[in-house]
Design a binder for this molecule. Structure first.
Ligand code: DGL
Length: 294
């Protein structure tokens, strides 16, 4: 009998729930412990050192709760802290950037990729580097014309425009994603992508899928919205396979656990629960507060 794996996840707040939604849809047979660092949200303007420190605290906590692998469901942490965190922990850590870059390269139809993200993610240029790495591996896009010019030795795919959107995260955390204010702010941030010829826009912050209706209203249907979560699930599948193989070599006692999802926050549990349940209705039944100082 195979034990159900326990995966940890974290974000600065409710944003990572958009990744959890994707995981639950594609791999329902998992137990997940989620941590939302709502006392310290937003992460968008935090320094690299702070993001590494927060990541260390949270991953240590998730491991203490039984996590066998951790999904960093936050682009800002993935962009600025993941390489350092990987050095410090020996369990698998999955970030947003490589999967998002890979998906964008696959999905672009004209080769011009755009990015909306926090200031910290834009500043890091992590997506620019990851797209170059994907191209260097010779990963061919789905679009044939692009594939052909790629094979002739050109690099027809690039991140041509990045826009930091600092007001989006506070709007989502406050449960205001579908308001006229959100629409007005989205209009300010999103003008310019069509003129730049962007055909694939990376939602480079896990909070942004909450705003997809508003983003669609402003951009229309022509630009493909790239949610890295879709590709993160593939990465998670690989990790689960490795965990399965490791499990086969061990004999372990099977403890029958009944819980499926556990939620912890550093800030207000009720606000997290009410905003989170708009995305995952009924899933967030109990939220516990954890504090360990700044
Ligand atoms: N949702 C996170 C991200 O993907 C953090 C946003 C923030 O707290 O500023 O970047």
């Amino acid at each position: 009998m195979r034990r159900q794996h326990v995966i940890g996840m974290f974000d600065s707040g409710v944003g990572g729930l958009t990744v959890m939604k994707e995981i639950l849809e594609q791999i329902p047979d998992l137990r997940i412990i989620y941590f939302g660092d709502t006392a310290r949200v937003p992460y968008g303007n935090r320094s690299k050192e702070e993001l590494i420190h927060f990541g260390e605290e949270i991953i240590t906590f998730l491991i203490s709760q039984g996590a066998e692998a951790v999904v960093i469901a936050c682009n800002t942490s993935s962009a600025n802290a993941l390489p350092e965190l990987k050095k410090n922990f020996d369990i698998p850590l999955i970030g947003t950037i490589e999967p998002g870059a890979r998906l964008a390269v696959h999905k672009t139809s004209g080769g011009k990729i755009g990015l909306i993200a926090t200031e910290g993610t834009v500043r890091s240029k992590a997506y620019n580097s990851a797209i170059s790495r994907v191209l260097a591996k010779g990963v061919l896009p789905e679009n044939r014309e692009l594939s052909e010019s790629w094979q002739e030795g050109e690099q027809p795919i690039a991140l041509v425009k990045s826009q930091a959107c600092p007001l989006f995260v506070p709007l989502v955390e406050a449960g205001l994603s579908k308001t006229p204010e959100a629409r007005g702010i989205a209009r300010t941030y999103l003008t310019g992508f069509a003129a730049a010829g962007v055909d694939a826009l990376i939602l480079g912050c896990t909070h942004y899928p909450f705003l997809v209706p508003v983003i669609r209203d402003v951009l229309g249907e022509k630009i493909a919205l790239i949610d890295p979560a879709k590709a993160m699930v593939d990465e998670l599948r690989k990790v689960l396979k490795e965990l399965d193989q490791a499990q086969e070599t061990k004999t372990m006692s099977i403890v029958k656990e009944t819980w499926k999802l556990r939620f912890f926050v550093s800030g207000d549990p009720e606000l997290f629960q009410s905003v989170g349940n708009t995305l995952l209705p009924g899933h967030i039944q109990e939220v516990r507060q954890v504090t360990w100082g700044d």
